[in-house]
Design a protein around this ligand. Structure first.
Ligand code: C5P
Length: 239
C-alpha cells in the first residue's frame, strides 16, 4: 500500500489517496490547535498517541456493531480508513455540562445532563462552525430526515459504549464530537477520529482533565495526559 496524492490537510490530520481505490491513508499530526486553528503548537508524540487511542476505540466500536470507516493501523502516525463522502456536520453529545454548554447556560461545572444532549455544528472554518438545528440541516440539504435519525441513533449507541468503557477505567466521559460519512455503497459510517482532542474526559478519582482542555487552558504538558488515557485503555497497570 502506497500513499499517492494529498486529499486534505486538516488541523490534526492529513489524508492521502492510496494506490487502492476507496482506501485513504490518514496521518495524525504532532500538532495541537485551539480557537479554530488560531493558536497552533507542535507537540512531539501527540499524533502517535491520538492514532493509537483512535484506532483502539474504532476497533472496539466496530466489534460492538458500530459501522466505522476504520480499516487498520499502519504505523506510529498512520491508519488506513475507507473513503467516505463526509456529511459536513459535527455531532456533539454531552453527558455532563462543560465547555460551550456551561458557558452558554451558566450551569454548574459537570452538572449531569439527562437526557444526554445532542447538538450539531455546521463544519465551516470560515463561519466558525456555527450551531445548526435539525430543521436547518434539512432545509440546507446537509442531511435528510432518515440520515438525521440514523445519526442520532448511532450517536446514542456510541455514547453508551464509550461511557461504559471509560467508566470501567475510572474516567467520566463528559462530552465528545463525532463526524459521519457515507461509503460509496451509501452506508452511513462513523468517521474522523476518536481521541482526547475530540472528547472531554475527567479522572473520576482526581477530577483532573485527561483531554485537550489541558492545552486549551494552558494547564501543563499534553502528552503525559493522553498517555494516561492510552495506558488505561490498554490496561497498563501502573496508572
Ligand atoms: O467546546 P464545546 O463544549 O462545544 O465542545 C464539545 C465537545 O466537542 C468537546 O469534547 C470538544 O472537544 C469537541 N469539539 C471538537 N471539535 C470542535 C468543537 C468541539 O472535537 N470543532
Amino acid at each position: 500500500m502506497e500513499k499517492t496524492e494529498l486529499l486534505y490537510s486538516g488541523k490534526a490530520k492529513d489524508m492521502f489517496l492510496t494506490d487502492t481505490p476507496g482506501v485513504l491513508w490518514v496521518t495524525y499530526k504532532d500538532q495541537a490547535t485551539a480557537l479554530n486553528g488560531k493558536r497552533k503548537v507542535q507537540i512531539q508524540g501527540k499524533g502517535a498517541l491520538n492514532r493509537q487511542i483512535s484506532g483502539l476505540l474504532f476497533e472496539e466500536l466496530t466489534a460492538a456493531g458500530i459501522p466505522t470507516h476504520f480499516i487498520k493501523d499502519l504505523d506510529d502516525h498512520t491508519m488506513l480508513v475507507r473513503q467516505c463522502e463526509m456529511i459536513p456536520l459535527e455531532a456533539v453529545v454531552r453527558n455532563l455540562a462543560s465547555g460551550s454548554f456551561e458557558r452558554k447556560f451558566h450551569t454548574a461545572h459537570l452538572m449531569k445532563l439527562t437526557p444526554a444532549v445532542h447538538e450539531f455544528y455546521y463544519k465551516s472554518d470560515a463561519l466558525d462552525d456555527p450551531f445548526i438545528n435539525d430543521e436547518q440541516i434539512k432545509a440546507l440539504g446537509y442531511a435528510d430526515t432518515a440520515t438525521l435519525a440514523a445519526i442520532h441513533e448511532l450517536a446514542d449507541r456510541v455514547n453508551a459504549l464509550l461511557q461504559k468503557r471509560f467508566a470501567g477505567i475510572g474516567i467520566a466521559l463528559v462530552d465528545f464530537k463525532l463526524e459521519f460519512g457515507r461509503l460509496a455503497n451509501g452506508t452511513l459510517v462513523l468517521a474522523d477520529e476518536l481521541s482526547p482532542d475530540n472528547m472531554r474526559l475527567v479522572d473520576e478519582a482526581t477530577g483532573k482533565s485527561l483531554d485537550k482542555d489541558v492545552f486549551r487552558k494552558d494547564a501543563g504538558p499534553l502528552t503525559p495526559v493522553y498517555q494516561v488515557v492510552l495506558d488505561r485503555l490498554k490496561g497498563v497497570a501502573h496508572v
